[in-house]
Design a protein around this ligand. Structure first.
Ligand SMILES: Cc1cc2nc3c(=O)[nH]c(=O)nc-3n(C[C@H](O)[C@H](O)[C@H](O)COP(=O)(O)OP(=O)(O)OC[C@H]3O[C@@H](n4cnc5c(N)ncnc54)[C@H](O)[C@@H]3O)c2cc1C
Length: 446
């Protein structure tokens, strides 16, 4: 088990205030279910298990402190998008897959909302809706095609808004129109995941932080070795997302790719006024390597995306990228000229989990005592919340319509070993970049 790098300068973690991690595991404990990874997936799975079977003994083991993984550093969008978007998903997996997957994702956003409201989680929740903005005429065509596709599959509520209307909402000189999708929620990622820790613990789960699982052996039960102790468990969950390749059992199911973000200081009324943005919608563009951005409750712009990092042999030391951060600053100035020169206070990045067919995967690993979840391709905030219910139903072998979702118990095409893996990953990224370049060749240059 390799050491995970220290967390970068993440806005959400930096502005969280004092945080007291739980004690690491010392000695031996025996539980019914042990969950490896304390992000949304792991913590909400613990909660969902104990909601239906309060006497279960459940332990969550987190290698660092809660919020270390993507759940503490993401772009804060809980959305219905999977993979690289509607059109690409239909092309790769077919329309029926898209239809079922999108229905799952709508339910994911709704169930995340229900959880936050039912349990009163303090996480700066809002539901402002989503704009996918077209910044070139090619993207206008792509977005309009996606809207027609979704409408033909029976999803209403997703529609085109023209250039004047989108600029009335969010005024960027680049916008030529946008797709409107009402189901986007925004949260503060670190607050949410740490509230979920409290929730899991209130429900009866034990949470151990700074407790990396170093080795797993299996006989009639599992033994999970950590630096200070051992957990014996009847069943285990790999809720390790972009870190899953660290376990031999999951090595080839996913690779980590890196996305980068910046946050400005709180913007002044003079900077914000020309842009409007009174609805505070979450916005993405229509690229393959998307840009995603929003205004925070304290009026910072956060923007992420664009360049995606890949590393040889899945090296995890790539949470920073000067060139990606520079690109994001330049893009911010192009999108919103009045924000040009705003001081950037936070720059960070982190791994997201990528399967070879760019769609999520969860299910049993071998027998029914082990469940894994990975591959949310940068769109796992809402998914991980509903996945937690699905994982619960798999573990408890409950009858459940969630198990009909096409991500569940599917065949995952393995990534090849190095050096083929990096060649293939760079080839896919290269193709996506070239396509973006073709769509953007007449756009103003940075
Ligand atoms: C910069 C960034 C921006 C993103 N933006 C968005 C967004 O706006 N919207 C969206 O939907 N998705 C976004 N994502 C993806 C999203 O955050 C993830 O899909 C989601 O948080 C996954 O949650 P998780 O619980 O499955 O994984 P994680 O939150 O990554 O949790 C996995 C945990 O496992 C732990 N772990 C690893 N190895 C071990 C071990 N051996 N023992 C114990 N614990 C271990 C890690 O420390 C980690 O905390 C973004 C991701 C990144 C990196």
């Amino acid at each position: 088990m390799i050491a995970l790098p220290d967390p970068p300068n993440v806005l959400w973690l930096d502005t969280y205030g004092e945080y007291e991690p739980e004690e690491s595991l010392k000695g031996e404990v025996t539980v019914d279910i042990s969950i490896i990874g304390g992000g949304y997936t792991g913590l909400v799975t613990a909660y969902e298990l104990l909601r239906v079977e309060p006497t279960l003994r459940v332990a969550v083991l987190e290698a660092k402190s809660i919020g270390y993984g993507s759940s503490g550093r993401n772009g804060s969008f809980g959305m219905t998008v999977i993979g690289l978007g509607f059109g690409v998903t239909a092309m790769l997996r077919g329309k029926q897959f898209l239809k079922e997957a999108h229905a799952y994702m709508e339910r994911a956003v709704d169930s995340m909302t229900e959880l936050i409201q039912r349990e009163n989680l303090d996480c700066d929740y809002s539901r402002p809706g989503f704009l996918r903005a077209a910044t070139t005429s090619g993207y206008v065509k792509r977005i309009r095609h996606d809207i027609e596709l979704m409408q033909s599959l029976g999803f209403d509520g997703i529609y085109w808004i023209d250039r004047d209307e989108v600029r009335e909402r969010v005024n960027s000189p680049l916008y030529l129109g946008a797709m409107w999708e009402p189901r986007l929620v925004l949260i503060n990622p670190a607050k949410l995941v740490r509230e979920e820790k409290q929730l899991a613990m209130r429900s009866g789960a034990a949470v151990y932080e700074n407790t990396p699982v170093m080795e797993i052996t299996s006989n009639s039960s599992f033994s999970l070795r950590t630096p200070g102790g051992m957990v014996k468990a009847e069943k285990i969950v790999f809720a390790t997302n972009a870190y899953s390749h660290l376990f031999p059992h999951l090595r080839r199911k996913q690779v980590p790719a890196f996305t980068y973000m910046i946050a400005t200081e709180p913007l002044t009324p003079e900077q914000l006024e020309p842009v409007g943005w009174g609805g505070r919608e979450g916005v993405e563009d229509a690229r393959n390597l998307i840009h995603y951005y929003r205004i925070t409750p304290d009026n910072r712009l956060i923007i992420g995306g664009g360049p995606v990092g890949l590393t040889y042999a899945n090296d995890l030391n790539a949470d920073d990228s000067e060139s990606a951060w520079r690109h994001l600053e330049d893009h911010m100035a192009l999108l919103f000229p009045s924000f040009k020169g705003a001081k950037v206070t936070h720059r960070w990045g982190g791994p997201f989990s990528v399967t070879l067919d760019l769609t999520p995967a969860l299910g049993y690993l071998g027998d029914k005592r082990t469940v894994y979840s990975l591959g949310c391709i940068g769109h796992g905030v809402s998914t991980s919340h509903l996945n937690a219910q699905t994982i619960r139903d798999l573990l408890l072998e409950r009858e459940s319509d969630l198990l009909e979702c096409p991500f569940i118990n599917r065949t995952v095409i393995p990534w090849p070993p190095e050096p083929l893996r990096i060649v293939l990953a760079q080839g896919i990224r290269g193709y996506l970049r070239v396509e973006d370049w073709i769509y953007e060749r007449r756009m103003p240059r940075r």
